[in-house]
Design a protein around this ligand. Structure first.
Ligand code: MN
Ligand code: MN
Length: 366
């Protein structure tokens, strides 16, 4: 039995939960080692306090599930089977007197909730998500190594993007050059839709790349992430194309100072809020407080947004093993949009920055 599963079972015992039914691809992967994107089909992990767990997946993925190292029962169903009947049989073989069932309330849809409620008409349903978020928040050595690899590919991706900047190229042309270079290295998935934004578009925190052409005097913002063995990275860099004006420079320096200060403030024992506020105060003191409209960052791992949430109110105490982003930004419409984002890891006594692409203002003259 793997350690993650036994920690989860210990939580079930403490809370008197007889059955857990986990259905998101991310949490099934975290607990079983098997990843699948089943589209509309059902993927699930049945977990019990002491009995053998089972994995439910489309029949054609049974082989892959076995190869992933999952050693317990696998229930593969075909497109004409009734998986809920098979699940009922599997549960009946294991547990009786079920009064409390944990599910992923944010993930499960109403149809499946009705199906599982029919199996346990007298049970109380509670959410498994908070516990899983907390378990996933502390990364082990292998997870850290995988994230580091994803980060170094993200550094490479930004390097490619910067080298592709040229007068008249569109955002999408540069974006496709980045992803082409990554695919040649074997990368199959990005953490989210890659962003290359220039000029006025960069001044929107979540803009969409399009056919806008790069011009001298623009700031160009890259925000992207690479997935390696199911783990995400997430980096943002903003560079100048040709000479930029004093205001743009001032905004860049303010974001960089805030970002560096938040990295310095990151260590075990301080709160998420302390780190967010360290950056937020610097931006506010420079007069740009209202132009920093989002949290400082977010945890990352199997999901690109997970715990810890780096907000100005989160009193969560940082601990060794946490991985999160530090990404202050200032977006002044028609003036400049700058964001600088690194992924960091909390060590026993400080912080390790995992993304390493240079952050001093780069003025591209090619
Ligand atoms: Mn991010
Ligand atoms: Mn990002």
């Amino acid at each position: 039995m793997n350690q993650r599963l036994s920690k989860f079972q210990a939580w079930m015992k403490e809370n008197d939960i007889q059955v857990s039914f986990i259905t998101s691809s991310e949490n099934v992967f975290y607990l079983s080692g098997f990843y699948s994107d089943p589209h509309e089909r059902l993927l699930a992990l049945g977990i019990f306090q002491d009995d053998e767990p089972f994995l439910v997946c489309p029949g054609m993925e049974k082989h892959g599930a076995k190869n992933s190292g999952w050693e317990s029962e696998i229930i593969g169903y075909s497109d004409i089977d009734h998986p809920w009947e098979m699940i009922q049989q599997a549960i009946n073989k294991r547990s009786k007197n079920i009064s409390k069932v944990a599910i992923e309330k944010e993930h499960m849809n109403v149809e499946r909730y009705e199906a599982i409620s029919n199996l346990f008409p007298n049970a109380t349903f509670i959410s498994a998500e908070e516990k899983l978020r907390k378990l996933r928040m502390i990364k082990d050595a292998k997870e850290l190594k995988t994230i580091e690899e994803a980060c170094s590919l993200a550094d490479f991706a930004v390097e490619v993007g910067v080298s592709e900047i040229k007068e008249g190229k569109t955002e999408l042309e540069i974006l496709s050059a980045i992803e082409f270079a990554l695919k040649k290295k074997g990368v199959t998935e990005m953490s989210f839709a890659t962003m290359v934004l220039t000029g006025a578009n960069a001044a929107s925190p979540h803009g969409n790349p399009g056919l806008t052409k790069i011009q001298k005097g623009d700031l160009v913002l890259f925000d992207l992430g690479v997935v390696v063995d199911r783990y995400c990275s997430d980096i943002t860099r903003t560079v100048a194309y040709g000479d930029i004006n004093e205001k743009q420079k001032e905004i860049y320096d303010t974001v960089l100072n805030a970002q560096l200060a938040a990295i310095d403030a990151s260590k075990p024992g301080v709160t998420s809020a302390d780190v967010d506020l360290t950056a937020r105060r610097i931006i506010a003191e420079a007069g740009y407080g209202e132009y920093f409209p989002h949290r400082l960052g977010h945890g990352l791992g199997i999901s690109v947004h997970e715990y810890p949430s780096m907000t100005e109110t989160n009193q969560l105490i940082l601990e060794e093993g946490m991985v999160y982003t530090i990404e202050p930004g200032i977006y002044v419409p028609d003036v400049a949009g700058v964001r600088i984002e690194d992924d960091v890891y909390i060590t026993a006594d400080g912080v390790k920055v995992l993304t390493k692409f240079p952050k001093d203002l780069q003025i591209i003259r090619q």
